[in-house]
Design a protein around this ligand. Structure first.
Ligand SMILES: [Zn+2]
Length: 682
């Protein structure tokens, strides 16, 4: 049975899909163009029709049809799947628990509500531009510095100060009162309060900011009160289209700029966002409601790893900033990074532990850069942007790193000359310093703290080491490939869980074992032998990880999800690993809840792959998983090697050639390291 993913890939050509957004020109058997993921003048972005893959040799992004759509549109796998399935005309079932009939009905309702929102938007916009009633709000817009181009670009509107102007207009267009209420544009009249029965407008006497989803469809509205109206900001209520906690205002207009600037600036209000765009900081979005949520960050992390918070400078703003930081820290992926254990750590409580060379400690690091915009005291972003644009641009380009921000915030109100104040400052700031992954930076901040509270740096250093050792992750000590590891693994080579791990050409050797799967796989178009065999190892590795998620710890230092050749296995690894790294306990939930239903057949296949082999004990599992991961990495490097050689032959530019040669050298080095490590292991 061919999977949905394979069906989609068979129907949509990667060259055509990428060709929609990148101007591609033929280059030998490949196509090349300017990379959409980084700025460049000479093309280093290649699409390979044969393997249906793409790669940029400038910024090292690469993958298949799905990863392109995910990266380019900033979508989660599930949404990319929906998008591509719709395009390919392949029905795809979503495991949200609804039957197909219910699904059809909900999407019909949503479609109707979108149309309704579209009609409301036009009406609001026309009101602002032409209505006599809107004279006051037009003055307000002007006074806030919003240009008429911006009014049009953001389709700003006006809800007049009348009870049912919009409602009766929409009813006149044929919408029912029920639909108006469902869309959050009208409210039902309470009997006896305002007349009897019927509906009245939800937004009255407000400047209207239409809120769009990432596909630029209007899903709700925000209304700013004019004069002293309360509340100051009123947003659409929760509707089938509008989920307040997950939408970011102006994200549809900011998306490309965020990717280009490699930064997103988050402001608090609609006006701040609109003004920021007007003055050229187009990577700006606003959170709707006051809190930044995990869902906001989930959307942003696909676009950039640099989040800059520019929330209002008042006390509420400070709380919101802290909250935003915590959500961002929680939501961004964590990478577990191997850090060599220095001799200072091996000596613990005077007891000298004999630790072999090359033993490392695994540390958790947040895969993001979070910082805070520093604005002149007491000024809101829109004022700064308008009155002192240079100050704004400088602040955007040089935001305050999170750690520096904490240095200020966490020591506010402490008397750093008093012993108590010093101890408290150290207690509050050491955990912050401990989060820094870069050792040089970490030492620099340690020095800064030492100077700040005039304390001996070595003392603080010891305290920090002590603290880090106490953490959960630091107790995980693992042997890493190369110099260590073999000491435990045994050199007798009697227990190879997988045959021929050490052979320089494992693909050839593994074929016997892969035979029967290969027979099935070869029916799938375009899959050559090598890939089929590789996919088999991917299934096996996923099977092992499903059986024992703890194995993630042992493979995540070797591979990342980009090393997988299968779209399904790649996404499964991504899900398993990121869930494991974030919160290993949630993997006790049934996998069916974590994984899109389109991937469940792969899970079953992966489980079978493990069950068909003889059962392994803990150490055997680790060894098998590490070997699988190493095979995948090696195979990926071989693929990269082939591509680099090809591109090198096609390239005329000397500087580019040089760059490619360096990459090739690096690939060869990595291959040699893997080969010598697997040789020792075998
Ligand atoms: Zn690139």
């Amino acid at each position: 049975m061919t999977s949905i993913i394979e069906t989609i890939k068979a129907k949509i050509d990667v060259v055509e899909e990428i060709g929609l957004v990148v101007a591609l020109q033929k280059s030998g058997k490949a196509f090349k163009g300017l990379c959409p993921f980084h700025n460049e003048r000479t093309p280093s972005f290649y699409v390979f029709p044969e393997s249906q893959t793409w790669r940029c040799f400038g910024c090292n992004e690469g993958g298949d049809l799905f990863s392109f759509v995910q990266a380019q549109q900033g979508l989660e796998f599930r949404d990319a799947l929906m998008y591509l399935a719709e395009k390919a005309g392949v029905p795809v079932e979503d495991n949200s628990g609804r039957s197909p009939e219910e699904e059809r009905e909900t999407s019909a309702v949503k479609e109707r509500l979108r149309k309704l929102n579209g009609d409301a938007l036009l009406w609001f916009h026309q009101m602002l531009l032409r209505s006599k009633d809107a004279a006051e709000v037009r003055t307000y817009v002007q006074n806030r510095g919003i240009s008429s181009e911006t009014v049009v670009a953001f389709s700003l509107g006006y809800a007049p100060d009348r009870w049912d102007a919009l409602s009766s207009y929409l009813v006149g267009l044929g919408y029912t009162e029920h639909e108006l209420v469902q869309a959050g544009l009208s409210r039902r009249r309470d009997e006896g309060v305002v007349g009897s029965g019927g509906v009245y407008d939800y937004f009255r006497h407000r400047l209207i900011f239409p809120i769009r989803d990432t596909r630029s469809r209007v899903i709700g509205f925000g209304g700013r009160a004019l004069g002293d109206g309360q509340p100051k900001y009123l947003n659409s209520p929760q509707t089938p289209l509008f989920e307040k906690n997950s939408v970011l205002y102006a994200l549809d207009m900011a998306r490309d700029a965020i990717k280009q600037a490699k930064q997103v600036v988050i402001v608090e209000g609609y006006v701040d966002a609109v003004i920021a765009h007007q003055f050229g900081t187009k990577q700006t979005v606003a959170c709707i409601g006051s809190a930044i949520t995990e869902k906001h960050i989930q959307q942003l992390k696909k676009l950039t790893k640099q989040v800059t918070l520019a929330l209002d400078p008042d006390a509420a703003g400070a709380t919101a900033t802290e909250h935003g930081i915590q959500e961002a820290l929680k939501t961004f992926d964590r990478t577990i990074v191997p850090v060599p254990i220095g001799s200072a750590v091996a000596v613990n409580n005077g007891r000298k532990r004999h630790e072999p060379r090359g033993i490392i400690r695994l540390e958790e690091q947040v895969d993001a850069e979070i910082n805070v915009l520093q604005l002149p005291a007491g000024q809101d972003p829109d004022e700064v942007i308008m009155h002192t644009p240079a100050v704004w641009s400088y602040a955007v380009a040089h935001p305050l790193p999170l750690v520096d921000y904490y240095f200020t915030v966490k020591t506010a109100g402490l008397n750093l000359r008093e012993p108590n104040g010093k101890t408290e400052a150290a207690k509050r700031l050491l955990p912050v310093i401990g989060m820094i992954s870069d050792r040089i930076k970490r030492d620099a901040y340690l020095r800064k703290l030492a100077t700040m509270i005039s304390m001996d740096e070595r003392l603080l250093h010891n305290e920090l080491q002590h603290m880090l050792r106490g953490q959960k992750t630091s107790s995980v000590v693992a042997a890493f490939s190369g110099s260590a590891g073999q000491e435990r693994g045994g050199r007798d080579g009697k227990e190879p869980a997988l045959a021929d791990a050490g052979s320089p050409d494992w693909i050839g050797n593994a074929e016997g074992e892969a035979e029967d799967l290969h027979r099935k796989q070869s029916q799938v178009q375009g899959l050559d032998k090598r890939k089929a065999v590789k996919l088999q190892w991917e299934d096996y590795l996923i099977g092992l990880l499903v059986q024992n998620p703890g194995l993630c710890l042992h493979v995540c230092g070797i591979i990342n999800h980009g090393d997988f050749a299968g779209t399904d296995t790649r996404e499964l690894y991504h899900i398993l690993n990121s869930v494991y790294q974030r919160d290993s306990t949630s993997l006790h939930e049934p996998l069916e809840q974590l994984v899109p239903s389109a991937l469940l057949t792969t899970v079953a296949r992966a489980r079978k792959s493990v069950e068909s082999r003889s059962p392994l004990d803990g150490a055997g599992q680790i060894k098998a998983a590490v070997q699988c991961a190493t095979r995948l990495k090696r195979s990926w490097l071989l693929q990269l090697n082939t591509e680099l050689q090809y591109v090198l032959r096609e390239t005329k530019d000397a500087a580019v050639q040089q760059h490619l040669r360096l990459q090739l050298l690096e690939v060869h080095q990595k291959l040699r390291t893997i080969d010598s490590a697997t040789h020792l292991q075998g």
